[in-house]
Ligand binder design. Sequence first.
Ligand code: DAH
Length: 353
Amino acid sequence: MTSMLSEDLEQIQATAAAQIAHASAESLEALRVSLLGKAGTVTLALKTLGGLPPEARKARGAELNTLKDTITEALTVRRANLDAAALTHRLAAERLDVSLPARAEMAGAIHPISRSMEEIAAIFGAMGFTLKDGPDIENEWNNFSALNIPAHHPARAMMDTFYLTGGEVLRTHTSPVQIRTMLAQSPPIRILVPGRTFRADHDATHSPMFHQTEGLVIGRGITLGHLKGCLIDFLRAFFANPDLPVRFRASYFPFTEPSMEVDIGWNRKTGEIGAGGDWLEILGSGMVHPNVLANCGVDPREFQGFAFGVGVERITMLKHGIADLRLFYESDVRWLRHYGFSALAQASLHEGF
Ligand code: DAH
């Protein structure tokens, strides 16, 4: 180092420079105090100035200031280098690899109800159905009257619901979306309506809030054969069983004529689906009642159609062996982890369910 310092100060500077260069982050502050602090080497040297004759004092003072500045600068540089090294070390240690997959225990899961609705949509999507939705809060006309359920009809009592002060209801089924759709667009119509539904019911197999998926097909020359073909295909795809026994049983719904309940074969004792001589009711269906078409301004002499409504909880419980419907809504993470589906495994017909 070039310098114009006297030999003793030169010595101090050289020693200080070597110490500073090797100081650790922890020892650097102590070193600064020992050099520049109240009793530090440089400070003590400055104190000796007073005893010098004026001429010598000036030159010595300048030298000491240079020494002090040089040491201060060296300390600053060393501190900056140590800080930079510490940061580099920390960045390397705490490096985040954003390309790593999520930790398994942190990954979310698709709820089995959502999964079933996705599977139903995938199956009917392949048949050309498009998705529609409607509001949870419905007016009484869409939910009942337009569906051919007049004000004092006993079918209203079968679907007891929550009445709101404005005369609206929490919809008891997804069927009102049939009405909304037929009012909004003219045939041909081929829609699928997954959604939330509500009834004043609560036990192991009924929840005040549950899910349905509605289907509606309206066109010219639509027959019961189309209904049967669609629903048989749907049930066999959903339960992944190409030989699943399916039975159409005459029933009654105000909004269809004729009406049918659809049963699948199972074994009541073992719960096995597709085997054994027992039948299990799965969904309601029928040919859309001419009154319903007329209520929506569709001419029943020109257009016919069929409709169906599937209880999503029911078929999900059957498919996955879930015994109590209330488990769906308890948000127990252990249960969800067991019954949930990976968010990345899309419901697609090609992969099979
Ligand atoms: N809405 C009926 C219910 O909730 C289910 C249903 C039956 C829907 C027959 C339909 C149908 O579209 O045609 O019980």
